[in-house]
Design a protein around this ligand. Structure first.
Ligand code: ADP
Length: 484
């Protein structure tokens, strides 16, 4: 049951530059991954047009940097309220262009909007300091100032939250921005522009262009010395390329890159609780999250029980079009994504893994993969070593906590990790020893606007959210003061 649905946007689906939607003819199709059908078209920026977005951000920068914190806070607060009041519109747009179940899209609307509320509250709390030099005499004054124009490049998996997590602190800090959303999910980003427009964000403070050629449009912007900050969420491979480009102008950078999250079920774990956490950590967003549990490392005493109960729970998940009631597993975002996930599963099975449930794509329109639980997995196989980005859970048994930690840390990534145990000592020790930016201790969901989200190693640089998040958009200036 996949009725064709053409989305009806309340504005022209073009770019939002210098405070208005441009007049360009939409030419780039946006697909519904649940049906494979076209939803609508959006405009496709040329490199020259993308540069006009930076021009607008640069033109607005000085005046916006000088605005009162309370003014910026109120703008963010109004945008937060406007998003919440348009929850259904945002949620349906997200589900239609990206596939996640409507209930999860509603969750993302709240989560995404919360970044604007959080940073509204942080706006007036940017402080410098005053101190006496240790040897006396001079005084030290520090102040924080906006870093300058920002380019934000965002992925398709959380089309609202990834944008607000960057634009919220940028606005709070007094920076102007250019947003380049993923080509697969431009509509949510454009709706966000409509919200900013409706609350009176001054022209040029946030600009957004859509492009079918990200490298060609963002490259010249990154090379332009007027840009001062690059913030990116996406794959490690693209992040590395962007860091190389950013080096030429020594840009401030924030990079939220790939993950390979281990999910540890330790000797002291409550298995039923771990199964519930695993469902959330693995199946949320159809496994398409950089925080998604990628590898299940289970103490041998729990392995059979955990695998059996987890597989049973996975069987209960309703698969289908995310617009339909009760659906928990929607389609993967694209045909390419489905091919990739299916191929790592096939490779693991060819190497001796067994699928307790699932194992292949579903033969129906759209890009559906069966939720899959794999046992007898070789830890050297791709499914265990690389980010899966799909509803696939490989399980490997271990004999001790030390072995679990060693296996968990044996990766170039370091974003998210999960550990289940009721033994407090074990839980805290393991949290210290896991080489990841984040640990979910007895929880499968840690994302929170008040928390510093980010990774170590190949998973990135910088933190988003929390009191830390605004600092990514601020420079510290030091004034040394001579005293008589
Ligand atoms: P994903 O695998 O989640 O799509 P990507 O890293 O490919 O992650 O893409 C994340 C974002 O980066 C998207 O907005 C995409 O258009 C953009 N992007 C991809 N390649 C490049 C590039 N070479 N230069 C700039 N942006 C890029």
């Amino acid at each position: 049951r996949c009725p064709r649905r053409v989305i009806d946007m309340p504005f022209k689906t073009s770019h939002y530059i210098a405070g208005r939607f441009t007049d360009d003819e939409p030419s780039l199709p946006v697909e519904n991954p649940a049906t494979g059908q076209e939803l609508t078209k959006v405009a496709d920026a040329s490199p020259e047009q993308a540069m006009t977005a930076l021009d607008a951000a640069v033109d607005a920068a000085e005046e916006f940097a000088a605005t009162e914190p309370r003014y910026r806070a109120e703008l963010l607060r109004s945008a937060y309220e406007a998003i919440i009041s348009r929850t259904d519109e945002f949620a349906e747009t997200m589900t239609l262009e990206m596939g996640k179940p409507l209930e999860e899209s509603r969750g993302e609307v709240t989560y995404g909007a919360e970044f604007l509320r959080w940073f509204a509250e942080e706006t007036p709390r940017v402080y410098g300091r005053w101190s006496t030099a240790p040897s006396g005499g001079s005084r030290l004054l520090t102040m924080k100032q906006p870093v300058g124009p920002v380019l934000a490049i965002t992925p398709w998996n959380f089309p609202l939250a990834m944008a607000t997590r960057k634009l919220g602190p940028a606005i709070a800090a007094g920076c102007t921005s250019v947003l380049k959303p993923a080509q697969l999910t431009p509509l949510t980003a454009l709706l966000l522009m409509d919200v900013f427009d409706s609350v009176g964000l001054p022209a040029g403070v946030v600009n957004c262009f859509v492009s079918s050629d990200s490298a060609a449009t963002t490259g010249p912007i990154i090379a332009d010395p007027r840009l001062r900050k690059l913030t990116f969420t996406g794959s490690t491979a693209v992040g590395v390329t962007l860091l190389e480009q950013a080096a030429d102008n020594v840009l401030r950078t924030s990079m939220e890159l790939g993950g390979n999250a281990p999910f540890l079920v330790l000797a002291g774990a409550d298995v039923d609780r771990a199964v519930e956490g695993a469902i959330v950590a693995k199946m949320r967003n159809i496994g398409q999250a950089c925080t998604a549990a990628n590898r299940f490392i289970v103490h041998h005493s729990h392995c059979e029980e955990f695998a059996t109960k987890f597989a049973r729970r996975v069987c209960e998940l309703v698969i289908g079009n995310g617009m339909d009631d009760g659906v928990k597993i929607g389609p993967l975002v694209s045909a390419g994504a489905l091919d990739g996930v299916e191929s790592v599963v096939r490779e693991a099975i060819d190497a001796g893994a067994r699928a307790l449930v699932g194992g292949s794509r579903i033969d129906r329109p759209g890009h559906f993969m069966e939720p899959t639980v794999l046992v007898d997995v070789d830890p050297a196989s791709k499914v265990f070593r690389e980010e899966i980005f799909g509803p696939v859970a490989p399980i490997v048994p271990v004999g001790s906590t030390d072995e679990a930690i060693a296996l968990a840390n044996d990766t170039s990534y370091g974003l998210m990790s999960y550990a289940y145990t009721d033994d407090l000592d074990e839980g805290l020790t393991v949290s210290e020893r896991l080489q990841f930016g984040m640990v979910g201790l007895n929880t499968g969901l840690v994302s929170n606007p008040a928390a510093p989200f980010g990774g170590v190693k190949a998973s990135g640089l910088g933190r988003e959210g929390g009191p830390e998040g605004i600092n990514e958009y601020l420079e510290i200036k030091y004034v040394g003061i001579g005293m008589k």
